[in-house]
Design a protein around this ligand. Structure first.
Ligand SMILES: *Cc1c(COP(=O)(O)O)cnc(C)c1O
Length: 427
């Protein structure tokens, strides 16, 4: 597609966009009475307009039914998570049984490692991407220590080649195959939070399984951003948060995936709680844990109705657009336009003011484009915010801009380019 660097072109792209009306379903933050151009869905997605209503409805349920709300009313809380499972499954490419909303992301990462990181004296290593999100690093280090190993020996980090920012799939696979006898778990992000690189999860899973390791993914930046096929890729487990691309609100409920091939495995360890107990007999309050079938058997505590109500409302908007394929189709073009516009800024200035570290190939990234300014990155970022463009800043030097297909427009991208040019000239 041939792009143009002018407002009329951006607006004509928006007119042809079948998802253009979706931005009206969301609330944009404002500054001085003007909405922000919001390019920060990678960190916290926007609030759906229906959010207040769905919370208010649950407050009414609580008021009118109180404890009876667990089993009475239109949507008894006892079974409420099942409605979410139906809508979560198509987001990550799973069966309904394989997914469950629960807890928050890092907590779930721990719970799933309890089940799927089962090191022995010989086979005890975890392989991950270098520069993974810090919470994942801390979780993995502490799990390794919990099993009596030293993170220095037990964690293999795959790093980019010198002078590069992203990983090649071949390098990841080569590193997995090199440690054939030692790796117990392959645990990667689906998309790296810093560079925006989308990893080849199918190939990584295959390589991990070929050496007898379990394979899991943290999909914080992938779920709701790119289509996933966790079941078909044969991934063992995964988890994600719902507050980034899935717009379920700050600290929103997390989701887990456990492949159905593990459901019958009685030997899997888990940190159990009453909500993971067989649903039909849960209230017999008997001694001796018997897990519910499927991902639900990993639940620990009772249903968090309020955050789940927000996630449910948000997932209904994904259902409305036909889930991930239409979003991805727009996202590829929209992010390519952002690449183009940044290139135009550099061209006009006559030097590479903004270096893009996200892969150019649309199949290797999602909505996020990470850029490094030649100098004064933080100053440029602050200037963007002051002028109503909200991306985010990641130490030490990256500005992350995510044009989210659900609610961003080509005009948003064009106007961001104008501002990047203006600020570059002014500093
Ligand atoms: C956002 C993010 C988290 C955050 O974890 P919480 O437990 O929800 O605070 C963890 N890991 C990755 C990769 C993330 O991008």
């Amino acid at each position: 597609m041939t792009f143009e660097n002018n407002l009329a072109f951006a607006q004509s792209m928006d007119q042809q966009d079948p998802l253009r009306e979706m931005r009206n379903e969301y609330l944009f933050p404002q500054q001085n009475g003007k909405p922000f151009i919001y390019l920060c869905g990678n960190s916290l997605g926007l609030q759906p307009k229906v959010a207040k209503d769905v919370l208010s409805k649950q407050l009414d349920n609580w008021q009118n039914l109180a404890v009876e709300g667990w089993f009475e009313g239109n949507e008894p809380w006892m079974f409420y998570h099942k409605e979410l499972k139906k809508l979560m499954a198509p987001i990550v490419g799973a069966t309904e049984q394989e997914v469950c909303p629960m807890n928050t992301l890092t907590v779930n990462l721990h719970l799933l490692m309890v089940s799927f990181y089962r090191p022995t004296k010989e086979k005890f290593k975890i392989i991950m991407e270098a520069g993974a999100f810090p919470s994942d690093q801390y979780a993995i280090e502490s799990q390794v220590r919990f099993h009596g190993f030293d993170p220095k020996d037990a964690i293999i980090e795959v790093a980019p080649k010198d002078g590069e920012y992203t990983l090649s799939t071949q390098d990841i696979i080569a590193e997995i195959e090199k440690n054939v006898n030692e790796i117990a778990l392959v645990l990667f992000g689906g998309i790296n939070y810093f560079t925006g690189q989308l990893f080849d999860m199918e190939a990584i899973t295959k390589a991990g399984h070929s050496i007898g390791a379990k394979v899991g993914f943290d999909l914080a930046h992938a779920a709701g951003n790119v289509p996933l096929q966790l079941h078909n890729w044969d991934v063992d487990f995964a988890c994600w948060c719902s507050y980034k691309y899935q717009n379920a609100g700050p600290g929103g409920i997390s989701g887990i995936f456990v492949h159905e091939k593990h459901f019958a495995d009685q030997s899997l360890h888990r940190f159990a709680g009453w909500w993971g107990y067989q649903e039909n007999n849960r209230f017999l309050m008997e001694k001796g844990f018997v897990p519910e079938a499927g991902a639900d058997g990993w639940q620990v505590s009772c249903t968090q109705v309020m955050p789940m109500a927000l996630y449910h409302a948000s997932l209904q908007l994904f259902e409305k657009v036909g889930f991930m394929e239409p979003l991805r189709a727009k996202s590829k073009v929209l992010s390519a336009y952002l690449f183009y516009i940044i290139g135009e800024v550099n061209k006009t200035l006559g030097f590479e003011q903004f270096k893009i570290i996200t892969p150019q190939n649309a199949d290797e990234r999602g909505a996020q484009v990470s850029i490094i300014a030649k100098s004064d990155g933080k100053k440029i970022f602050d200037h963007l915010v002051k002028n109503d463009v909200l991306g985010d800043w990641r130490e030490p030097n990256v500005i992350r801009l995510s044009a989210v297909p659900m609610y961003n427009s080509f005009e948003d991208v064009f106007r961001t380019g104008e501002l990047l040019l203006a600020v570059s000239k002014s500093i």
